[in-house]
Write a protein that binds this ligand. Structure first.
Ligand SMILES: [Zn+2]
Ligand SMILES: [Zn+2]
Length: 237
C-alpha cells in the first residue's frame, strides 16, 4: 500500500497518509517556514509519494522522497538548485590527499554525501581506507615482504580483514611514521569496515542521515591519520 506525504519545499516531511484525500494539509513547514506541498506543483496531477508501503510519518526520511515527478518529470523543489544536493558540507575534510586516486575517491565520497547517497558514502569510504592501508604496507615493506599485503597464491591483495590485521600487527614498525596509530584507530577502522560491508551486502540495513552525519568527524580523523602516514611512508622509502 502506498503512503502519500505532504513535504515542504526544502524536503521536510510534514504529514503522511495512506489516502491522499485525507492527508493533513499544513500551509507551512514548522521547521523552516517553507510552503507545504502535497502534489507536484508543475503538473498538479502527481501526489507526492513517501513509500510504496504503509509507513508512519516518523519512518519517512528525505532519502525516501522522489527527486523527480513520476508524471511530468519535473524536479521537486527539495532537489535544490545545486543538482540533487540535500545537505551541505563534506563527509571527509581531508588535508593529505596525494595523487588522483585520493582526490577522485574523496570527491566521490563527498558528492554522494551531499546528495544523500548514504550507503555509497560508506562503501566508498571503506574502499579508500583499504587502498591507503595497502599503500602503507607496500610502501614500508616493499616486495621483499609482499606477503604482508599480497596473496601470491591468488594473485591479489589480501582481503580487507587480513589487511587490517597485518596493519595492526605492524604498528611497531610503522610507529616511526605516525604517533597516531592507536588501538582506538584500529577499532575505528574495523567499525568502518563493518559499516561499509553492511551497506554493500545487506538489503536490510539502511543508514539514517543523522547516523551518517555523526560519523563524519571520526571518518575524517581516521582518513587523515592514514593518508598522512601513507605520505610519510612514501616520502621516506
Ligand atoms: Zn521545511
Ligand atoms: Zn509533475
Amino acid at each position: 500500500m502506498t503512503t502519500y506525504a505532504q513535504v515542504c519545499e526544502n524536503g521536510h516531511i510534514l504529514n503522511t497518509s495512506p489516502n491522499p484525500e485525507y492527508i493533513r494539509d499544513d500551509d507551512f513547514c514548522q521547521d523552516c517556514g517553507a510552503e507545504g506541498l502535497i502534489e507536484c506543483s508543475e503538473c498538479d496531477s502527481q501526489k507526492i509519494i513517501a513509500s510504496q508501503q504503509n509507513v508512519t510519518t516518523e519512518e519517512v526520511t528525505r532519502n525516501d522522497l522522489d527527486l523527480f515527478c513520476r508524471s511530468c518529470g519535473a524536479a521537486f523543489p527539495w532537489v535544490g538548485s545545486d543538482g540533487m544536493m540535500i545537505r551541505e558540507g563534506v563527509f571527509i575534510d581531508d588535508d593529505y590527499t596525494n595523487g588522483p586516486f585520493d582526490r577522485q575517491t574523496i570527491e566521490e565520497i563527498n558528492r554522494c554525501y551531499r546528495v544523500g547517497a548514504n550507503s555509497a558514502v560508506l562503501v566508498l569510504y571503506r574502499k579508500l581506507l583499504e587502498n591507503v592501508i595497502i599503500e602503507i604496507l607496500r610502501g614500508h615493506y616493499g616486495t621483499d615482504s609482499i606477503e604482508k599485503f599480497y596473496n601470491e597464491d591468488h594473485s591479489q591483495f589480501h582481503r580487507f580483514s587480513v589487511l587490517i590485521s597485518e596493519f595492526d600487527d605492524s604498528r611497531v614498525d610503522l610507529g616511526q611514521y605516525s604517533g597516531s596509530l592507536t588501538n582506538a584507530l584500529i577499532q575505528d577502522i574495523w567499525d568502518f569496515k563493518g559499516n561499509g560491508d553492511a551497506m554493500a551486502h545487506s538489503i536490510e540495513h539502511e543508514m539514517q542521515d543523522e547516523e551518517l552525519e555523526e560519523m563524519s568527524s571520526e571518518a575524517t580523523h581516521v582518513a587523515n591519520v592514514l593518508l598522512q602516514t601513507r605520505n610519510e611512508v612514501q616520502r621516506t622509502n
